[in-house]
Design a protein around this ligand. Structure first.
Ligand code: SF4
Ligand code: FES
Length: 256
């Protein structure tokens, strides 16, 4: 079995793929902003930096993408690591001064956000973590992606047009750490910002309630073969229909 030395302690790798996974398992706190256990690592925020001392190229490395290999020696909280994290979080504060998750992390890292920071018109709450892009890819829609380089870099639908491929699954809302992505219902449409997406909601055939984005239901059926036996019904009406059917089967004539 392989071992990694982390903060002077030798710990077994035991199936962990990255140093971040080991640190979490061992209760060692490493700040992260672009990592999600259900999505492939991307190494965007760099806040999870650790210092490699031996067993791989020495220097700073993002622990979420650093493979846990036998003989690796890392430190998670050296002065160099702390200094670099502070620089990174300050840059994120400048980019997204209103993102609570950034402000909270800055405080935790000993960086105090300026008391009267006024958000410039071009600031955003997007920290370019890419979680929404990876979530959208993993669902299979890839309605959004990164565009441009350097300071112009942003996440958006292809060619900056409304996200026509959006399924309305709202996985991007679930994973976005800053609240930059918002979906709202208008009539029978579900609208997503900043993607400018719009999808139709299905109406329950029984109670008339709007309950699921139509393209999502179709996508799940096509891609995963989900058998939506009662796809015309909302979950509540489906549950009631199933209960009624069950009662009829187990207690025939009970309702008559
Ligand atoms: S919109 Fe949210 S999830 Fe997507 S890159 Fe920006 S901060 Fe990350
Ligand atoms: S969590 Fe590792 S780079 Fe963001």
């Amino acid at each position: 079995m392989g071992f990694v030395t982390i903060n002077g302690r030798s710990v077994p790798i035991k199936g962990a793929k990255t140093v971040l996974e080991i640190a979490r398992r061992e209760g060692i706190w490493i700040p992260t902003l672009c990592n999600h256990p259900g999505l492939p690592p991307y190494g965007a925020c760099r806040l999870c930096l650790v210092e490699v001392k031996a067993g791989a190229k020495p220097g700073l490395a993002a622990s979420c993408t650093l493979p846990a290999t036998d003989g690796l020696v890392v430190e998670t909280d050296t002065p160099r690591v702390q200094r670099t994290r502070k620089i990174l979080i300050k840059l994120l504060l400048e980019r997204a001064p209103e993102a609570e998750v950034v402000k909270d992390l800055a405080k935790k890292l000993g960086v105090v956000p300026p008391a009267e920071q006024v958000a410039a018109p071009e600031t955003t709450r997007c920290i370019l973590c890419g979680l929404c892009v990876r979530a959208c890819e993993s669902i299979g829609s890839s309605a959004i992606g990164f565009a441009f380089r350097g300071s112009r870099r942003k996440v958006m639908p292809p060619f900056g047009k409304p996200a026509l491929e959006c399924l309305g699954c709202q996985a991007c809302v679930q994973v976005c750490p800053t609240g930059e992505v918002v979906f709202t219902i208008s009539g029978n449409r579900l609208q997503g910002e900043p993607w400018r997406s719009e999808v139709e909601l299905k109406e329950c055939a029984s109670c008339g309630r709007l309950f699921a984005p139509r393209p999502l239901v179709e996508h799940l059926k096509e891609r995963f073969g989900f058998d939506f036996a009662g796809e015309e019904l909302c979950p509540e009406c489906r549950r009631q229909a199933m209960a009624a059917k069950l009662a009829e089967t187990i207690l025939p004539g009970a309702q008559g």
